[in-house]
Design a protein around this ligand. Structure first.
Ligand SMILES: NC(=O)c1ccc[n+]([C@@H]2O[C@H](COP(=O)([O-])OP(=O)(O)OC[C@H]3O[C@@H](n4cnc5c(N)ncnc54)[C@H](O)[C@@H]3O)[C@@H](O)[C@H]2O)c1
Length: 359
């Protein structure tokens, strides 16, 4: 097992290893204050792992309640948020008790927002079950629900008390969901100089613990430097400006990970074209995307993408923060007027790498 200490405003440990679910009780006991826990999961993860979680928490002396939501992004809404708060109140959860999120980013974000707001904040633990949640969503303290007007529009920064990442739970992930998570893993390899890029050249299944730990360490370092995303944390958005635009243009038919993959490739080629990045970086990125069956281009035009980016909540005023690679494992944040985006990305579209897929 690997333990990564996150020294955020609230310090906590991320435990990463195979088979940790059955030891969640012992691992979490030191951070649990009350004697009750609300286990939150979805209807795909629940049948696979909820009983094991309940047994592990019960063995640590906790009364365990459960709340199951339907799987999928559509569940991350205000109605399910209020239902969860009501369930917590009905079970008599006190301020000392804990919400335990067992699932992907949807469950983690919703349960985290409920934990942040029930009685102005109760205990919160993340047990990620998707690759994306393991390397990204479960660490860093962003919690949210979607509104009809857009994704993640209501939320709070609320760090967990602990994260228990049992990598063996990822074995039951549907292949496309795992592949989407790989886009975020590849993102880390290009925003920080670590052994990650080298490791990704070999099959990931045999080294999941190491790879998740490397990604979490990178996220930890960035989040600790800038918990509320006023500067360095924006690096985590590499590929996301164009990625979000692709998602939006497709009416959210394109999954997030695949959109981010294409977004990273487009923005990197644009940086090469602008003379800010050596072509080898774009080549290395495209090779990895192809290796992991992720797209490296999109059929949407620069005009369509720029129009969609205008509506992005991460935009501030007339400016947009772009994350641009400048060398292998190093990106910079560049502010750009929104109306300059179209011309910046135009030369990078419709030129996928040989063998690369276009969305
Ligand atoms: N808080 C953050 O910092 C942060 C960061 C990135 C993304 N997010 C959010 O995360 C969400 C996406 O998360 P996601 O990609 O994990 O999607 P998800 O939670 O919807 O999970 C994807 C699918 O996989 C299923 N599943 C999960 N674990 C499984 C397992 N072990 N075995 C079998 N099936 C399993 C789920 O039931 C679901 O159908 C989005 O809402 C996004 O906004 C949050």
């Amino acid at each position: 097992m690997k333990t990564i200490k996150v020294l955020a405003s609230k310090p906590y440990n991320v435990y990463i290893g195979a088979g940790l679910l059955d030891h969640a009780g012992e691992l979490l006991r030191p951070v649990l204050r009350g004697d009750a826990a609300m286990a939150v999961t979805d209807d795909a993860v629940g049948p696979l792992y909820l009983e094991r979680l309940k047994a592990a928490l019960s063995s640590a002396g906790l009364r365990v309640f459960e709340h199951v939501i339907p799987r999928g992004e559509a569940s991350k809404n205000a109605e399910n948020y209020l239902r969860l708060l009501s369930a917590m109140a009905e079970c008599g959860l006190t301020r000392a008790d804990t919400v335990v999120a067992l699932g992907g980013g949807v469950v983690g974000d919703l349960a985290g927002f409920a934990a942040a707001t029930y009685m102005r904040g109760v205990g919160f633990v993340q047990i990620p079950t998707t690759l994306l949640a393991a390397v990204d969503a479960s660490v860093g303290g962003k919690t949210a629900i979607d509104l009809p007007q857009g994704k993640n529009l209501a939320g709070a920064f609320y760090q967990p008390d602990a994260v228990v990442c049992d990598v063996s739970l990822l074995e039951t992930l549907p292949e496309p969901v795992f592949r989407d998570g790989m886009a975020e893993v590849i993102k880390y390899a290009f925003i920080a100089e670590t052994p990650l890029l080298e490791r990704l050249k070999s099959p990931v299944s045999a080294q999941l613990e190491e790879i998740v730990a490397l990604c979490v360490s990178i996220k930890r370092d960035i989040v600790c430097a800038d918990e509320r995303e006023s500067g360095a944390r924006k690096l985590l958005n590499f590929g996301h400006t164009v990625g979000h635009a692709i998602e939006k243009c497709s009416g959210y038919a394109v999954p997030h990970g695949r959109a981010v993959a294409a977004g990273m490739a487009v923005i990197t080629r644009a940086a090469v074209h602008a003379g800010l990045c050596p072509p080898e970086v774009a080549r290395a990125l495209e090779e990895l995307l192809i290796k992991y069956n992720l797209p490296a281009d999109t059929h949407f035009s620069a005009r369509e993408l720029a129009a969609a980016a205008l509506a992005d909540k991460k935009r501030s005023g007339d400016g947009i923060s772009l994350v641009l690679p400048v060398s292998l494992g190093q990106c910079v944040i560049r502010e750009m007027p929104v109306d300059a985006l179209e011309a910046f990305i135009a030369p990078a579209l419709g030129v996928p790498a040989k063998g690369g897929e276009s969305l």
